[in-house]
Ligand binder design. Structure first.
Ligand code: HEM
Length: 451
């Protein structure tokens, strides 16, 4: 990877580069190249009517333009590569930079770059710049848009393109030979790939608990008590679904770690790969955690709303008017509510800390030990506090038969299953005998013996 600073020395003797294609990307790239000190010549099918080009650039036919430069950047869609065969003699021995992308994955049997190489075998094709947009080239590449993935079979050709990209202020990541081009071409087509599974889990859990609680709370009251409490969908139901989903997702961040430890203990080695699904799950823990934090945040916002709700104010006033006397102070209830509030607040504070330390700008400033202390030790403490918050909220309702409407447990009981399992397993893992064995395995010790 080349990480030379931005304003590096200009190209030697105002080197001339050729760009095929005068579309958005071709024009933006040309403009940046001219600003960096290169000379630019465009090759176009219609040199006399190709629209406005960056000031200072020349335009001519493909054949004429290709003759003038050693590096030709092909900013043309693959569907229009047919003209390339005509220009093949002029492209012999030159570096061809393929910047194209496809609209869908798996559209063609081979990558665009490999296809171009098969059309012009005498040139050296390099795949590059396909992850940089015309917009970011025009506005100056920011961090997120700065990375250029590069691949090709000829080392000198790749070196020429690497220097070019570095002079443009982009950072280059070498992905190897031209056979990696398909993977590089798929990058711009990916839509939040690491968020997909966490988003599916969040959507699935939200939908499940929404309908489950709708039936248990609203439809039950309608059918059994002839009461319409559908207004509760907006706040009460939401304030149940969000914390429930949040707690389950938080526990799902820690479950794969415990499963991996059990697998290592069972196998007696750390040198065997985890199954793919476990690997995939572990890789998206950060996204799971951030989504869970978002749901917890919604729960806190909805909770702030409780005292000002019309329904709550009405209930309080009605109770005072009907009973006309001061209710007896129940110390146990005071303890219960204060405890679950307090534990919830502490849990939420640690939750936010976990979220902040998972941001790259913060995690990069931490050592590995600090990061794993926060994410593992404090993470499990967060899970413990949030689980305790929910147990305290349930309090003695776990034993009351009236809690189980239509023989179904309330949502908060269901959501306690996974976190409780994770916490119990984690507790077993920290038992000295288990912890010692795991520690040895993680330091490279292997249990030998018949498989
Ligand atoms: C329930 C407060 C943080 C999980 C509740 C309720 C309140 C509350 C008032 C009862 C809601 C109702 O009666 O409808 C708070 C406060 C927090 C906090 C003040 C922090 C500032 C958290 C966190 C979690 C969590 C971080 C974990 C993800 C739950 C769960 C329930 C609950 C699962 C039961 C929902 C139900 O089915 O009714 N919390 N909470 N809370 N809270 Fe929290």
């Amino acid at each position: 990877m080349s990480l030379r600073p931005l304003g590096m020395e200009p190209p030697p003797e105002r080197e001339l580069l050729c760009i095929f294609g005068t579309g958005d990307l071709g024009r933006s790239l040309g403009q940046r190249l001219l600003q960096t000190g290169y000379r630019v010549v465009y090759g176009s099918r219609r040199p006399h009517s190709c629209g406005p080009l960056p000031p200072g650039a020349q335009v001519m036919s493909h054949t004429e333009a290709a003759q003038l430069a050693a590096v030709v950047i092909v900013c043309v869609h693959r569907e229009h590569y047919d003209f390339m065969e005509e220009v093949a003699p002029q492209l012999k021995g030159k570096v061809l930079v393929d910047v194209s992308n496809n609209s869908k994955k798996g559209l063609y049997p081979e990558s665009n770059a490999e296809f171009l190489q098969s059309l012009i075998p005498a040139a050296s094709v390099v795949k590059a710049f396909n992850t940089v947009s015309a917009w970011s080239l025009q506005n100056g590449p920011s961090d997120a848009h700065r990375q250029v993935f590069l691949c090709g079979d000829k080392a000198e050709a790749k070196q020429a393109v690497r220097e070019l990209a570095t002079r443009l202020g982009l950072s280059v990541l070498d992905r190897g030979s031209l056979s990696a081009a398909r993977e590089v071409e798929d990058f711009p087509l990916q839509l939040f790939p690491e968020w997909r599974l966490p988003l599916c889990i969040a959507t699935g859990l939200t939908a499940f608990f929404f309908f489950y609680l709708l039936i248990r709370d609203v439809i039950y009251a309608y059918v059994e008590q002839d009461k319409d409490i559908s207004f509760r969908i907006m706040v009460s139901l939401a304030n149940k679904v969000f914390p429930i989903v949040s707690l389950i997702m938080l526990s799902l961040c820690y479950l794969p770690g415990v499963m991996a430890a059990i697998l290592q203990l069972y196998r007696g080695t750390k040198y065997r790969r985890f199954p793919d699904w476990l690997d995939h799950w572990m890789l998206c823990r950060k996204q799971l955690g951030l989504l869970a934090l978002g749901f917890a945040f919604l729960h806190v916002l909805y909770t702030l709303l409780i005292p000002i709700r019309y329904y709550v104010r009405y209930k309080v006033t009605a109770h005072t008017v009907i009973s006309k006397q001061t209710a007896v102070f129940d110390t146990t209830s005071a303890w219960r509510t204060d405890s679950y509030f307090s534990v919830g607040i502490l849990g939420f504070a640690l939750y936010v800390l976990l979220g902040i330390t998972s941001l790259p700008s913060v995690s990069n400033a931490l050592s590995w030990r600090e990061f794993s202390f926060v994410q593992s030790k404090l993470g499990h403490l967060t899970l413990l506090l949030c689980t305790l918050h929910t147990y305290l909220y349930g309090w003695n309702k776990f034993l009351r038969p009236s809690t189980y409407k239509w023989c179904t447990p309330p949502g908060y009981m269901l959501c306690l299953v996974v976190p409780s399992v994770v916490l119990v397993l984690k507790l077993l893992m920290v038992l000295p005998c288990v912890d010692r064995s795991l520690g040895r395995i993680r330091q490279g010790w292997e249990r030998t013996g018949p498989e």
